[in-house]
Design a protein around this ligand. Structure first.
Ligand SMILES: Nc1ncnc2c1ncn2[C@@H]1O[C@H](COP(=O)(O)OP(=O)(O)OP(=O)(O)O)[C@@H](O)[C@H]1O
Length: 291
């Protein structure tokens, strides 16, 4: 098996020792490995697009942002592997991928492929989720220095700093053409969010549809109730939260320069045009993964 390993040395504050163990195990399993260290944002995508032969599998070693950039550069038919060394690693939770480097390498070489349908936000693929409103403000306001040193704490601090703004901005959404309003929205491909929290029980990453969660009531109290419900995996059931399955979603707002987040990183500004990608991607998972 020929494997390209894309390592983001900035993800999760750097995990060089884990990378070495991961690559050593791949080689012990007779894989031929080409290793690449990324140098900055979008370098993974650029590097992959410049490679004529990416091998049988490209493994993203980093967080969801690294996987996103690999996904946007991977050639059709080449399998995507993930060794999660980032901060939140939501995709790894969704696919029940092992944390230990040796076990993660065995999944890549000895596991199976499942077909996952990403979605496209303004033309660029995302694999887990994108969001506008509160969700995007939090990602936009994360202090990268704190994130590098203290990981998820940076998100918690950013969440606190943005709470007061919730409800100020109203967004217009079209879910498969149906017009709706909201004060925040998350378009998710999978069930998990922010790590191991369950955002949507309705979502299914193996299905060629996304789940759209619309937060339709204003007010800080409503947001706090939503965040509490998220801790218990019950946000989708809340009065004021609409959860809809869709193939195409557009989101816009009349005023302001509003950010969007995709797979946990800033992803441009509104308007957002989100469509399910017609080309599914083979992704390596454990043999025991229930598909
Ligand atoms: N050499 C580099 N130096 C700085 N940033 C980089 C480098 N290579 C890639 N990046 C950027 O780092 C960003 C963050 O990486 P990533 O999202 O994978 O890790 P994380 O934020 O720690 O994890 P998670 O998304 O799971 O919370 C990526 O979006 C990528 O653009």
């Amino acid at each position: 098996m020929n494997i390209t390993v894309i390592y983001n040395p900035a993800a999760g504050g750097g995990r060089e020792a884990l990378l070495c163990r991961f690559v050593a195990e791949l080689e012990r399993l007779n894989a031929r490995v080409t290793l690449y260290h990324t140098t900055g944002p979008n370098d993974a995508t650029r590097y992959l697009q410049s490679r004529e032969d990416q091998g049988d599998c490209v493994v993203a070693v980093g967080g969801d942002g690294t996987t996103n950039e690999v996904l946007n550069g991977i050639a059709p038919g080449v399998a995507l592997g993930v060794f999660a060394t980032g901060t939140a690693n939501v995709l790894a939770k969704e696919l029940a991928l092992p944390k230990k480097p040796e076990a993660a390498a065995r999944v890549v070489v000895q596991g199976k492929s499942v077909m996952i349908t990403p979605a496209r936000l303004n033309g660029r693929r995302f694999i887990m989720m994108c969001g506008i409103g509160y969700d995007a403000w939090v990602v936009d306001a994360v202090d990268l220095g704190i994130k590098e040193r203290f990981g998820k704490l940076a998100y918690a601090l950013s969440m606190l700093s943005q709470i007061r703004r919730y409800g100020e901005q109203r967004y217009r959404v079209a879910v498969d053409g149906r017009p709706l309003d909201c004060f925040s929205a998350i378009v998710t491909n999978g069930k998990h969010y922010g790590g191991s929290f369950v955002l949507s029980r309705e979502a299914n990453i193996l299905r060629p549809q996304v789940q759209v969660l619309l937060f339709q009531k204003p007010g800080v109290r409503f947001l706090l109730r939503c965040l509490t419900a998220l801790l218990f995996g019950r946000m989708e059931q809340m009065d004021g939260v609409a959860s809809l399955r869709a193939e195409q979603v557009t989101i816009s707002c009349e005023t302001g320069d509003e950010p969007i987040q995709a797979d946990g990183d800033p992803a441009g500004r509104l308007p957002a045009d989100i469509v399910v990608d017609p080309e599914p991607v083979p992704v390596r998972v454990a043999d025991t993964f229930n598909s």
